[in-house]
Design a protein around this ligand. Structure first.
Ligand code: ATP
Ligand code: MG
Length: 324
């Protein structure tokens, strides 16, 4: 299952993602962490002193990723494969495992955590790159990821509601808004629901930097009790940690634990509907092709694609292969 942390700038997305990744890593065999923010801070926030492997940025290697994922597919012919191109039965897919070839090549590792980073803008990107282009590799990555219900993938995202405009909007099984007890912070969550009401049942809130019961009530009043997974205090331990007291990180983690337990059980209660996922992907691909990609590439990018493809077929084939 895949979970993304979203919210207003500075609300605590990265702090919360990092805390949740550490929490899950203690309980589960493996966790795949993804820094999907173009202002990449997750690596630092994880405070992993023994991180190994070269730091790659998916945004820089998107062509390589796409070539790999294309695999042996023949349906594309001369057509360009883009972030929203649905897979084919002959594509390469990705497993949530440190041994998966793509993860092995591009992730950094610490214990049972693998970290992938989308990457920041370079000087060469100025003027020519937009956030969505940076995320092309990540979109392809998710649409070829054959995660099982028991796998855990955690993404820290860019501030605001921008992901709703991309195929990443349905890539996650659960969206968690990190919300501070302020009108502006709550508004980002409400804006998201207004443009993506179809994602409401997978979207939740964590109240962050809560000082008083009134703070929590303020958030409940705006988001509803049923959407709130819990509250994390305005932590003096985190401040102490940031002032250099290493042991204070454990104290902060204790303050987050109850909320994280709720987040994890909620995530584990989700089930992926692969058919629905594929329908959304195909619809989105056709839409972005009509909106601008066809003009941009001078090709009809959604024509002639493998209509036999379904995620269930690929999963069933994999099962047969592993049991033979
Ligand atoms: N519960 C908390 N108690 C105290 N400080 C917190 C808490 N959560 C986050 N912070 C602090 O708030 C600041 C912003 O946090 P963080 O970087 O996680 O936010 P963000 O939403 O990821 O920001 P950005 O939009 O820039 O990515 C940091 O200094 C962090 O230490
Ligand atoms: Mg952040």
């Amino acid at each position: 299952m895949r979970i993304a942390f979203l919210g207003k700038g500075g609300a605590g997305k990265t702090t919360t993602s990092a805390g949740f990744i550490r929490y899950v890593a203690k309980k589960k065999p493996y966790v795949l962490a993804i820094d999907a923010d173009v202002n990449a801070h997750l690596r630092g926030a994880l405070h992993l002193s023994d991180l190994t492997g070269e730091a790659h940025e998916l945004g820089d290697v998107k062509e390589e990723i796409i070539t790999y994922l294309k695999g042996e597919r023949e349906d594309l012919g001369e057509l360009t494969m883009v972030g929203t191109t649905p897979p084919s039965l002959k594509s390469n897919f990705i497993d949530v495992s440190a041994n998966d070839p793509l993860i092995k090549k591009y992730a950094q590792n610490s214990g049972n955590i693998s970290l992938l980073t989308v990457g920041t803008y370079k000087e060469s990107d100025v003027g020519g790159a937009c956030y969505h282009v940076k995320l092309t590799g990540l979109q392809s990555f998710f649409h070829h990821l054959l995660d099982k219900d028991s796998d855990i993938v955690v993404a820290d995202t860019t501030a605001g509601t921008d992901n709703v405009a991309t195929s990443l909007s349905f890539a996650y099984d659960m969206n968690v808004f990190v919300v501070e007890p302020t009108k502006k912070s709550v508004q980002v969550y409400l804006d998201y629901l207004a443009v993506a009401p179809h994602l409401a049942d997978r979207t939740y809130v964590i109240a962050n930097k809560v000082d008083t019961p009134e703070d929590e009530l303020f958030i409940i009043k705006h988001v509803g009790q049923d959407r709130l997974l819990g509250a994390v205090p305005q932590s003096r331990h985190l401040k102490r940690f940031e002032q250099g007291k290493r042991e204070a990180l454990d104290d902060f983690m204790k303050e987050q634990e109850v909320v994280f337990e709720k987040v994890l059980t909620t995530l584990e209660s989700k089930k992926r509907d692969w058919q629905d996922y594929l329908t959304r992907l195909r619809t989105t691909h056709t839409k972005v092709c009509r909106d601008w990609l066809d003009d941009y590439f001078g090709q009809k990018l959604d024509q002639g694609l493998d209509q036999e493809f379904s995620y269930e077929k690929v999963l069933a084939n994999k099962k047969t292969l592993t049991t033979v």
